[in-house]
Design a protein around this ligand. Structure first.
Ligand code: NAD
Ligand code: TYD
Length: 344
């Protein structure tokens, strides 16, 4: 396993993973295959293209395009696919679910068919703890039932189930990871942490949904990437592995910490109308991946500190995104009414 196709590699986690793998494993090559939707951005890979020119290539393409997927796999002699490509934002899945079903379900099927036809060594599906739905007590291990409540999580669960079916029916060597919320460099500022950090830098309100007591397990993106590498090397085909810190933080406490790090007033927190179907708590058990020798390296406080610093030091990356028309339209649709003096 050494010639990787990283689908969705121009997005947040995929670009961090590409950089991480090329740095850690000098014998690996990586082809990033990405449609470059609003969330895909070649700025995320600028340094990678310069630092690893001989071992890195980029192909613009849709994972639903079976012909281009197949041609790319053959041209680059790919033996392993790591699939990050997905529509990923819950709030957008409530506005326009079709793209989620197309990419996250149909796209996964197209990739699995290619792996089956060409007999690749491994297909790895990057999934999410959101497929378990809200976990009000205790934590979900990999055998927990799926109780999805948003079109995003339902589409991701559909992708996972297809992967497992291709393993059972056709012996395709599939592994799945279900990661908790990632934070770190290059995260599109629609997700809560980069949204709150960049708003706070500009003294804009932090729109906190509902009562702010929802809980998430926020992990540093490179810890997640390390977990993915462990599963690629030591994970068993047909198996699922949760990846996270197994420590949850309330959104209101996360928002307060961001303001504290930046030295901004707590009054920037603005409670707004809740997200429909908002999952109250995600919580996973990560012992199965721990048994393969992996552990999370960053606490939430350390991960947040590093993340905030990165956005402070890299305005060149996020300012053009936030001032762009696509982002502005989305921000208005999602927040204009909510922020008009509304309160939870
Ligand atoms: P992202 O939205 O930042 O990036 C997604 C990438 O996929 C973009 O580069 C986009 O251009 C590309 N893409 C979208 N549709 C495509 C298509 N049809 N064909 C080819 N490329 C396409 O997402 P992210 O946060 O980096 O998440 C990556 C993966 O990790 C997703 O599968 C997501 O479900 C999963 N995940 C994310 C988190 C998180 O906290 N962000 C946590 C667990 C799992
Ligand atoms: P998000 O980053 O969208 O990830 P998830 O996929 O877990 O929903 O949101 C993380 C948490 O932050 C979630 O509980 C919803 C909340 N949130 C807000 O309170 N305000 C916001 O503007 C956003 C985007 C999210």
């Amino acid at each position: 396993m050494k010639n990787l196709l990283v689908t969705g590699g121009a997005g947040f986690i995929g670009s961090n993973f590409t950089r991480f793998m090329l740095r850690m494993y000098p014998e690996y090559t990586v082809v990033v295959y990405d449609k470059l939707t609003y969330a895909g951005n070649l700025d995320n890979l600028k340094d990678v293209a310069e630092d690893f020119a001989g071992r890195y290539a980029f192909v613009q393409g849709d994972i639903c395009d079976a012909g281009l997927v197949r041609a790319t796999l053959l041209e680059h002699n790919v033996d392993t696919i790591v699939n990050f490509a997905a529509a990923t934002h819950v709030d957008r899945s409530l506005m326009e679910p079709d793209e989620f079903i197309r990419t996250d379900v149909l796209g996964t099927y197209v990739l699995l068919e290619a792996v089956r036809e060409l007999g690749l060594e491994r297909y790895h599906q990057v999934s999410t703890d959101e497929v378990y739905g809200q976990v009000l007590e205790g934590r979900a291990d990999e055998t927990a039932p799926l109780h999805t409540r948003s079109p995003y999580s339902a589409s991701k669960a559909g992708g996972d189930l297809l992967c497992l079916s291709y393993h059972a029916s056709f012996d395709v060597p599939v592994t799945i990871t279900r990661g908790s919320n990632n934070i770190g460099p290059y995260q599109y500022p629609e997700k809560v942490i980069p949204l709150f950090v960049t708003n706070a830098i500009d003294d804009l309100p932090l729109p906190l949904y509902g009562d702010g007591r929802q809980m998430r397990d926020y992990q540093y993106v490179l810890d997640h990437c390390e977990g993915l590498a462990v599963v690629l090397q030591r994970g068993r085909p047909g198996e699922i592995y949760n990846v996270g810190t197994a420590v949850e933080t309330r959104n209101v406490d996360m928002a307060r910490s961001i303001l504290e790090i930046l030295g901004k007033p707590q009054s920037l927190i603005q409670p707004v109308k809740d997200r429909p179907g908002h999952d109250r708590r995600y919580a996973i058990d990560v012992d199965k991946l721990g048994a393969l020798g992996w552990e999370s390296r960053h606490t939430f406080a350390e991960a947040l500190e590093k993340t905030v610093r990165w956005y402070v030091e890299n305005e060149w990356w996020w300012r053009p995104i936030k001032s762009g028309e696509h982002y502005q339209d989305y921000y208005k649709a999602q927040y204009a009414e909510r922020l008009e003096g509304s309160s939870a």
